[in-house]
Design a protein around this ligand. Structure first.
Ligand code: ADP
Ligand code: SR1
Ligand code: MG
Ligand code: MG
Ligand code: MG
Length: 423
């Protein structure tokens, strides 16, 4: 049962929907008969259409339309899912754009009856994960993703927002319950138990999967991270910042797909991207051939991980030092040289704690992609199951260590060294 007026759009019905919104029709130019539409959704949840029209100045113009389906696309109609995820996505896009500009597609329109978002069509961008699997380098990636993370997380935190502004936002996004629960189930719970949603490279990883279920330290770490995810409304997080949620060219980087957004722990976003890059690094051994070795490329992936954290930390600290207008840490309490020094020590401790959270979440994000419901092409595209299982075993060893022995990683260099040496 769907709300009145809702129906999934199709390539046939989309032109009428767009024609009814003058700003969108004008942007596309010509008439609806001139517009070409294709459904390109390759994610796990939604419909995504790309539309092209003749434009208004002789240059073709495009749009992207993303619509919620009443179910989880990956599984089908048997798994109903809240349509309102589109509302949270467009609201997060708008709030994040206020914290950082140019790092996401522009939001153009939202239709609450159809649960449809119209946004800038990114072109010739491709999904980062696809580029990484092909061995493509993105020299601006660390700089751009660290801009996005520092800008969005700082601007929506208690360091920047007065409590009377932040609390209503926390309340509004608390209603994104369906997607939060999905994360809690498929990332923090199911991979650590016998569950019909799980799958892995079998029989190669059968013993490993059973060992995870019998590993109290790993299960405890996963549950502690789950609690942090559930009970830490630090900032408006993206909530699904894997390498499939970033579109790139050599010079541009845009973050898409914040439908899982809610006020949660900042380390979840930072850890999601770091975890996905580490997984990609370890998967490269499954893509290397004699003619196309990947060693130099693997070095680039780890350099990107190091730069990403280092730049994020520096940018977040800079924002805090130069514009701390939230109600946390009132300036009146930290005046004079002693107060300034004391606050600076606190800022560094805050970032150390955020780093530890991020490493734990990175490990959890890696584990779920190998033992849980949703897998990644980084590993899935390794055709030889023995070779894939070897890469996956290394991923799991690193993931467990990041989650259970987080204290062994005081620096990002310690993390990349561990990735280099894991066997
Ligand atoms: P889902 O929530 O189902 O994962 P995504 O938002 O990730 O959907 O989008 C699915 C795919 O649609 C992306 O992998 C990308 O190929 C394409 N896509 C999404 N947004 C845009 C955009 N603004 N411009 C061009 N392509 C896009
Ligand atoms: C059913 S799990 C689907 C996954 O896809 C989304 O992109 C999220 O990562 C979610 O966990
Ligand atoms: Mg997606
Ligand atoms: Mg999505
Ligand atoms: Mg190597």
């Amino acid at each position: 049962e769907t709300p009145p007026g809702y129906a999934p759009l199709s390539e046939a019905t989309l032109p009428d929907f767009l024609a009814a919104v003058p700003a969108l029709a004008n942007r596309l130019g010509g008439s609806p008969a001139d517009w070409s539409v294709s459904e390109v959704g390759d994610g796990n949840l939604n419909l995504v259409f790309l539309v092209e029209g003749p434009g208004r100045d002789g240059k073709p113009a495009g749009l992207c339309v993303k619509q919620s389906l009443p179910y989880l696309r990956l599984v089908g109609e048997g798994w109903p899912l809240d349509l309102n995820r589109a509302w949270f996505e467009q609201r997060a896009m708008a709030l994040h754009a206020a914290g950082v500009s140019g790092r996401a597609p522009a939001l153009l329109h939202y239709d609450p009856t159809l649960y449809a978002i119209v946004m800038e069509r990114l072109s010739p961008h491709i999904i980062l994960r696809r580029g990484l699997v092909q061995g493509m380098r993105y020299p601006k990636l660390a700089e751009h993703v660290s801009d996005y993370l520092a800008g969005t997380l700082y601007a929506t935190s208690d360091l920047a927002l007065p409590a009377t502004k932040k609390r209503p936002l926390v309340a509004a996004f608390a209603a994104n319950d369906a997607l939060c629960r999905l994360t809690e189930d498929v990332i923090f719970t199911q991979p650590y138990m016998t569950h019909p949603n799980n799958r892995w490279t079998s029989p190669q990883l059968d013993t490993t999967a059973r060992a995870v279920q019998a590993d109290p330290a790993w299960k405890l770490a996963a549950s502690r991270l789950k609690l942090t995810f559930m009970a830490s409304p630090e900032a408006l997080i993206h909530g699904d910042l894997h390498t499939g949620s970033i579109m790139v060219t050599e010079t541009d980087t845009r973050v898409i797909d914040p439908e899982f957004a809610f006020f949660g722990p900042m380390g979840f976003d930072v850890g999601a991207i770091i975890g996905n890059l580490l997984l990609n690094y370890l998967a490269q051994d499954g893509h290397a051939t004699e003619d196309h070795p990947r060693d130099a490329y693997q070095d680039w992936v780890l350099e990107t991980v190091e730069q990403l954290w280092t730049l994020f930390r520096a940018k977040f600290l800079h924002l805090w030092r130069t514009s701390g207008e939230g109600d946390a840490y009132p300036a009146a309490l930290f005046s004079g040289p002693e107060g300034t020094a004391c606050l600076e020590t606190e800022r560094r401790a805050y970032l150390d704690r955020l780093f530890a959270d991020a490493l734990g979440f990175a490990g959890a994000k890696i584990t779920r992609r190998i033992l849980g419901l949703a897998h990644n092409i980084d590993l899935e595209k390794i055709a030889d199951p023995d070779l894939r299982a070897l890469c996956e075993t290394r991923c799991l060893a690193l993931a467990r260590s990041l989650m259970v022995e987080t204290g062994r990683y005081p620096t990002i260099r310690a993390v990349t060294d561990a990735a280099r040496h894991v066997r």
